[in-house]
Write a new protein. Sequence first.
Lengths: 161, 272
Amino acid sequence: MIGVSPAELAAHSFARGLDDRQVAQLAARAAGIHMPAGERFFDEGGPAARLWLIRTGRVALDLRVPGRGRLIVETLGPGDELGLSWLSPAAQWQFGAVAQEPVSAFELASAAVVELCEADHELGYQLTRRLLGTAISRLQAARIRILDVYAAPGQWAGGKR
Amino acid sequence: MTISAVPSGYRVSASRQETHDTVTLFLEPTGDPIARYVPGQFTMLYAFGVGEIPISISGPAGEHGLTQTIRAVGAVSSALCAATPRQLIGVRGPFGTSWGESDATGQDLLLVAGGIGLAPLRPALLAALDQRHRYRRIIVLVGARSPAELVFATELQEWRQRDACVEVTVDKADGTWPGNVGVVTQLLGRADLDPRQTLALICGPEVMMRLTARALLAAGLDRASIRVSLERNMQCGVAECGHCQLGPLLLCRDGPVVSYQVAEPLLAIREL
């Protein structure tokens, strides 16, 4: 693990809009990590206690389904946050996560983030807004995928009747 | 060179199976070809004895023949997908408006495709790649139902080699898929868009285009920099029959490519 400077963290979209003091507080608790392709961040059912801010590379959230093997639920890339399950009371990973490509990320212990939020409510508000925004956009994306819009015969140019 | 109610004869020179239900036909004229077309336009393809349907041109502008990609979802499209080499097909057109991709000269050109929506965008992409020096970045974002339902899958690497940034995402995949899984709008956030210097062309299911346009507006693009390809029930192709009316537009003439400035309020009217 490598220490993270405020300037490095400020370049991540998660830190956009935070002031210098807030970025410095987060950076002091973050570590830079590199994960080789194929290595797992976590497995389904394990204790959820970390948050990663992806800088480069791609991570697949996956789930093992009997008879169907490993299914990919969603992939995350640069600028995305990985690991939100610690926000729920169960604090248990709902899916697994594996590096599809070499990944570099900032890693934060969820306990440190929670401690920071409780000590500094303004920063806590800012972080909560970001994480809630991420959760909402993933919920919306999941709903759109449920619609299966590419399956129905469309009325768009190129393929109908 | 004619645009008329009488179809021009074209023969199938080859066909390529894109997915389980989608075929690209390569057509050669048997006599006078249809007029030159521009990216974004469509033709009316006639499967003799079955019927006629609108199909977007998916081949490069300026080619001698015609390239059209068809998804088998009904009687006519199924008959066209089943066409074999040397089979005769009727063609009317070309009809409609163009993507106008050259308006992005000096800027980034963003193409966002959903499903078979990549077919109508392909001529614009090929035209831009032929004039690669005129553009800054060319970004192609493709969404598909699954890896097996990705059209033009064999060309993606070639487009990358021609200096396009191509990203693909699918709705569903097993563990062997090495690419993105998610909706195409999620790729926008990773594309590092320059909202003041980007022209976006979108084609896919209408709900996908609405959501993509909304995400682009949120990213800072203005409505005039977003174009979508719309479709209703095109029949005559020459704005006479009115079947393809969308509010004040007759899409066979005023579309299929429409500025989002015009399209947005129309798409919000449930009755349309």
